[in-house]
Design a protein around this ligand. Structure first.
Ligand code: DGI
Ligand code: FE
Ligand code: FE
Length: 191
């Protein structure tokens, strides 16, 4: 499947409203990062285009897919916002036979992160976080870091998200902490 075919499928699934437009901005941002960090542009394109493929699905349907697709069942005890990534990975494999595990994992982990993320996973996670219309506190710092070092930008994005979730007294999915801890340890153990 090429970029145009994938965009066509996405537009049919999401319409051409804000979620489709966000996905196109993530695509452009991710391709920029792929060129800078020498990642496979075709994989990046597919993962970026489909990362939010399941975003508009009703929560009860997402829940059913998480359970029946044997995605991580711990997800059921966390925010429903975390379900659309794993479900999108499952559905693009099932519906379009997409079977590249790198692309599927970049889609699957784009919201939570996880330990030992690949470069492709980091690029999709960050492109989603810094696309030009995003406006979180601390976003400019993350954008600047993404131009210099993927891991440092990931630490910034993950810690911003963790602080944001703490401030709301939300539960935090363990993979998000593991993503953060893994990157911090890489920079030398700090206690
Ligand atoms: O789908 P998008 O809106 O483009 O972005 P996303 O897939 O990164 O969703 C991010 C939202 O998920 C963000 O508002 C924070 C929320 N969230 C809830 N619980 C967790 C969480 N994000 C992470 N990383 N970990 C959580 O435990
Ligand atoms: Fe998402
Ligand atoms: Fe997104």
């Amino acid at each position: 499947m090429n970029r145009e075919q994938a965009l066509d499928i996405l537009q049919k699934a999401l319409g051409d409203g804000p979620r489709y437009k966000h996905s196109v901005r993530v695509l452009e941002t991710a391709v920029g990062l792929a060129e800078k960090y020498e990642e496979d542009v075709k994989k990046v394109e597919l993962a970026a285009i489909f990362h939010d493929y399941a975003k508009l699905m009703p929560v009860d349907q997402l829940k059913n897919w998480i359970l029946s697709a044997k995605e991580d069942s711990r997800l059921i005890d966390y925010h429903p916002e975390l379900w659309h990534g794993p479900v999108a990975a499952y559905l693009v494999q099932k519906e379009f036979g997409m079977d590249d595990p790198d692309v599927l994992n970049a889609i699957r982990y784009h919201t939570t992160g996880r330990a030992k993320m690949s470069r492709l996973e980091k690029i999709i996670f960050l492109a989603d976080y810094i696309e030009p219309e995003r406006n979180f506190p601390g976003i400019q710092e993350t954008r600047d870091l993404a131009k210099k070092n993927l891991d440092e930008a990931m630490v910034k994005a993950l810690s911003n998200t963790i602080v944001f979730l703490l401030s709301k007294k939300s539960a935090i999915y363990p993979d998000t902490f593991e993503a953060y801890n893994d990157l911090i340890r890489k920079g030398g153990i700090r206690f």
